[in-house]
Structure formats: structure tokens, C-alpha cells
Design a protein around this ligand. Structure first.
Ligand SMILES: C[S@@+](CC[C@H](N)C(=O)[O-])C[C@H]1O[C@@H](n2cnc3c(N)ncnc32)[C@H](O)[C@@H]1O
Length: 236
């Protein structure tokens, strides 16, 4: 098995056993989008949706299939996941694109000529890979790229107010030790991965940064472990 295949099969098992609460999180994403749609002017054109760090789309396909979208774009830096995402979504009555790319570069790029403005931006468990000032740059870029009246749905892991990265990594690693559906070897791989790559935003600081970048911030859902959460950002 390649490194990618092993890593991805572990992540699928995390999902299938709901170890990161994808089910409740995806339900909250659906509720948020449906409420947003119901408040829109019925004459408004159908929305364009972009998923940044889409992976294989996780649990989103049933929701995406029932949304009245004008288009869907999934972007991921790992080209190997894009065919998995396309297959998971299956046939839909709106145009879809699956692009290899970096989410920060996308946020900071000028909108593509001839591409319509984006109304709904979703990013799930990807932004925490950005380090230092990059999350702020990402938020400022997305603010420029989102159409007026649009939404950014940021589903991710976050640190508690005042919590250091080391403390967060230690408590999340202790939680992973209890993930019985994974063999001990796989649990160690998850811990090694998160210890190296995860840089969750600290809740209060990122909220302030988002506000400075012109966003209104609302917590739409909180998981049971003081880590997973859904933030909904609207242009302020
Ligand atoms: C943990 S998976 C999440 C996949 C899916 N969104 C979900 O919620 O299950 C993280 C995904 O983000 C992608 N990713 C991480 N950093 C990225 C970046 N800077 N630009 C684009 N994709 C990125 C990874 O390749 C991976 O597919």
C-alpha cells in the first residue's frame, strides 16, 4: 500500500467511525446552508460553491446533490483525491470542476476571468494545516473573493482560548489513544501526523483576526471534545 493509500484509508476509518464528529458537523453545515438559502431573494441566481481542501468530499455528497447550485468546484493540493471526490459526488445537474491547487494561493489569487463570484465557500479540516500568519492571509483573501451576501463555512479543529499548541497536541493525542476502531499502529500514525502538521487556530484570536479582515463571525456548532467546531463567517 502506498503512503497515500494507507493514510487515506486510516482517515476513512476515522470518518466511518465518526471519531471526529463528521456526522454532526455535516448536519450543521447543511442546516446553515439551507437557512441561508431560505433567506435569499427567490429571484437571486443559483449560488456557486467552492470547497477548499475538499479531499474525497467526506460526508458532503448527499447534501451537495440536493442543493440548487449553479456550480461546484472542489480544490485540493493532493491531486490523488480529486478522482475520489468526483466519484463520490456522482452525476449532478450542475457543472463541477475538481482542481489541484493550494487553498491559500486560491484565496489570494485574483478571481479567474470568466468565472462567476463565489457565493458559498466551504473548508473542512484543511485550514488548520496553515501556520502562523497564513490563516489571517487566507481569511483576508476569502473576504475579497466571496460575493456580497455570501458565506464562508469553516469546519475544523480549534484550540481553546489561551491554549498552547503543545497542550492541544497533547490532549488530542490522548484522545486518539482511545480510538479503539484503529489498531495501535494506526493510532500512532495519526498522532505523528497531527503532531507534525496540525496548527489549529486559537478561537478568540482567530475571531479577532477575522473581524479585522471584515468578517462577522458566528459559532454554528461545537463538538463534544473542545476541538471540532463550525464557524460561519459573513462579510461584515
Ligand atoms: C483531513 S483532510 C479533509 C478532507 C475533507 N475536507 C473532510 O472534511 O473530510 C484535509 C484535506 O486538505 C487538503 N489540504 C491540506 N492543506 C491544503 C492546502 N494548503 N491547499 C489545498 N488543500 C489542502 C489535504 O490534501 C486533504 O485532502
Amino acid at each position: 500500500m502506498t503512503f497515500f493509500a494507507r493514510h487515506w484509508s486510516t482517515y476513512r476509518r476515522v470518518l466511518d467511525n465518526d471519531l471526529m464528529e463528521h456526522r454532526a458537523l455535516t448536519a450543521a453545515v447543511g442546516k446553515t446552508i439551507e437557512a441561508w438559502l431560505s433567506r435569499r431573494d427567490p429571484r437571486a441566481p443559483a449560488p456557486h460553491l467552492v470547497d477548499l481542501g475538499c479531499g474525497d468530499l467526506s460526508l458532503l455528497p448527499p447534501l451537495l446533490r440536493r442543493l440548487p447550485l449553479a456550480s461546484f468546484t472542489g480544490l485540493d493540493m493532493n491531486a490523488a483525491v480529486l478522482p475520489l471526490a468526483a466519484e463520490a459526488l456522482g452525476p449532478v445537474p450542475f457543472p463541477c470542476r475538481f482542481l489541484e491547487g493550494d487553498l491559500l494561493a486560491w484565496a489570494e489569487a485574483a478571481p479567474e476571468p470568466e468565472q462567476p463570484p463565489v457565493d458559498l465557500l466551504i473548508s473542512s479540516f484543511a485550514i488548520h494545516h496553515l501556520e502562523g500568519a497564513d490563516k489571517g492571509r487566507f481569511l483576508a483573501g476569502c473576504r475579497r473573493r466571496l460575493a456580497p451576501g455570501g458565506l464562508l463555512l469553516w469546519a475544523d479543529v480549534f484550540r481553546e482560548p489561551g491554549e498552547s499548541r503543545d497542550t492541544y497536541v497533547a490532549r488530542y493525542s490522548a484522545r486518539v489513544q482511545g480510538w479503539e476502531p484503529l489498531e495501535p499502529e494506526r493510532r500512532q500514525e495519526v498522532i505523528a501526523h497531527l503532531s507534525q502538521w496540525d496548527h489549529p487556530a486559537e478561537r478568540e484570536l482567530i475571531e479577532q483576526e477575522a473581524q479585522a479582515a471584515g468578517w462577522d463571525w458566528r459559532w454554528a456548532w461545537q463538538g463534544r471534545h473542545r476541538a471540532e467546531a463550525l464557524a460561519v463567517l459573513r462579510p461584515g
